[in-house]
Design a protein around this ligand. Structure first.
Ligand SMILES: [Zn+2]
Length: 206
């Protein structure tokens, strides 16, 4: 079991040999059938294959994202300190699979940072969120990874991440109210030290 990290050289699609793929399809077919699905209809005969493909696509974050690496000079003039200048992006929609049930949790992310010497193209923040969201994960780890990823990518002086998500594993099975959301915040660097930065971030995303 290997987890592809942001800075690893081995990036690119996971390779699953064709004969393995067919075996997984057959196993999924068996499970769906046991649960009650009739696999002998035009609508369902290819469902095991489609389910496997959908799961593969939904976990594409394990493939890494080579396009994330581009950073640019910060554009900050030399005489400017910039430690209170925030770059805030969001809401960024994300879809993950909870690692406890392999069922979706989904919601929005707000990501902010105080730049060091480099900045990131805005679209890269979305890519960063999706890199870690498209995996089997939990909301807490997702936020920590996004925060650390951003520090690592651009040497940000501070990072703030706010995630708000609905967890289908609890909602579909009636454990939790439909409409309930889980909110989590993650702070690095200047945000961890400075309450006024945190407050400004939270009021900007409200
Ligand atoms: Zn779950």
């Amino acid at each position: 079991m290997s987890v592809v990290r942001l800075c690893e050289d081995r990036e690119g699609p996971r390779v699953i040999p064709a004969e393995e793929w067919r075996r997984y399809e057959a196993n999924l077919g068996e499970i769906l059938c046991a649960l009650g699905m009739d696999l002998d209809t035009p609508g369902t005969q290819d469902t095991p294959r489609r389910l496997l493909e959908a799961l593969y696509d939904a976990t594409a974050g394990y493939d890494g994202d080579p396009k994330l690496r581009t950073a640019f000079p910060s554009e900050r003039p030399e005489h400017v300190d910039g430690s209170y200048g925030q770059i805030v992006e969001g809401p960024i929609a994300f879809f993950s699979l909870c690692e406890h049930h392999a069922l979706p949790f989904h919601g929005t992310a707000h990501v902010a940072y105080v730049a060091g010497d480099e900045i990131l193209g805005i679209s890269k923040l979305t890519r960063l969120v999706r890199l870690y969201a498209r995996r089997f994960t939990v909301q807490e780890r997702l936020g920590e990874q996004i925060a650390d990823g951003l520090v690592e990518l651009v040497g940000a002086r501070g990072v703030a991440v706010h995630l708000r998500a609905a967890h289908l594993c609890t909602q579909m099975r009636g454990v939790e109210e439909e409409g309930s959301r889980t909110a989590t915040t993650f702070w690095r660097g200047l945000y961890a030290q400075d309450e006024s930065l945190r407050r400004e971030f939270l009021s900007m995303i409200r």
